[in-house]
Design a protein around this ligand. Structure first.
Ligand code: IPD
Length: 255
């Protein structure tokens, strides 16, 4: 099945949303809700509305599952999975590391992903079975095989337990690798592994919309992703993503 028309629409929607976010980046932003380690902005909802309107123009019958709510389509319809701002905390604090993420699932399998970083004007995309692209050029994961050469992202999630698990992993892995990084955006992190900039990413609790699109891109670039759904909350789970070469599981084993 050819999903290039759907990918073209996803890219158009992600770029439109990205321009909207970049325009608002230096303005003051209204906080819709806030918790100990997370917050939501009115712009999260407004951006999702903009994305959904753009996707619906071309594919009115498709359903939507987004960080800011779900709508439309019957249960067998193809499903857009959207994160309007991945890296909301960064965005709010004026840290220019955030992105728009759009994936499409058909019959329960993800078939395409598009992740757009408006600050760098970097658009990562892939259809299952095709190449992973960055602004139209093919990308591949790094060739690194040794932990000592690796740059690894440790997620420090928004839930207390995932936060403390992240801290313990940070301590455990930092001695084994070249550098640990925490970007604050899961989708961009996976795309950075796809582009050979990072080598792995580990987080205890992440939402489907944070990584669905980037997973398609990373696997198309030769990387690997293991996702273990959580019983605690729907559409969330633990993730290990890597370039398919470094011995990440061995490195993660705690004494
Ligand atoms: C968050 C980011 C962050 C990850 C959190 C996510 P949001 O997404 O992806 O990197 O550590 O688990 O919730 O809330 O900014 O879309």
């Amino acid at each position: 099945m050819d999903y290039s028309a759907q990918l073209k629409t996803a890219e158009a929607a992600a770029r439109e949303a990205g321009i909207f976010l970049k325009t608002n980046f230096f303005r003051s932003k209204e906080v819709a809700s806030s918790s100990a380690h997370d917050l939501k902005l009115r712009l999260d909802t407004e951006t999702q509305e903009l994305i959904v309107a753009r996707l619906r123009r071309d594919f009115p019958e498709y359903a939507v599952l987004g960080e800011e709510g779900s709508c439309g389509g019957d249960k067998n319809a193809p499903l857009w999975v959207i994160d309007p701002i991945d890296g909301t905390v960064n965005y709010f604090y004026g840290i220019p590391l955030y992105c728009v993420s759009i994936a499409l699932s058909v019959n329960g399998s993800f078939v395409l992903g598009c992740v757009y970083d408006p600050m760098q004007d970097e658009c990562f995309s892939a259809c299952v079975g095709g190449s992973a692209l960055l602004n139209g050029k093919a990308i591949r994961v790094s060739a690194r095989t040794q932990m000592r050469d690796a740059v690894v992202f440790i997620g420090h999630g928004t839930h207390d337990k995932s936060g403390s698990a992240g801290v313990a992993r940070f301590a455990h892995l930092s001695a084994q690798v070249k550098k640990i990084r925490i970007l604050g955006t899961a989708a961009l992190t996976l795309c950075y592994i796809a582009a050979g900039r990072f080598d792995a990413y580990v987080e205890n609790r992440i939402n489907l919309w944070d990584f669905a699109a980037a997973r398609v891109i990373l696997e198309a670039a030769g990387g690997s992703v293991e996702y273990t759904p959580s019983d605690a909350a729907p559409h969330s789970g633990a993730i290990i993503a890597w370039n398919g070469r470094i011995p990440i599981h061995q490195a993660l084993q705690m004494p």
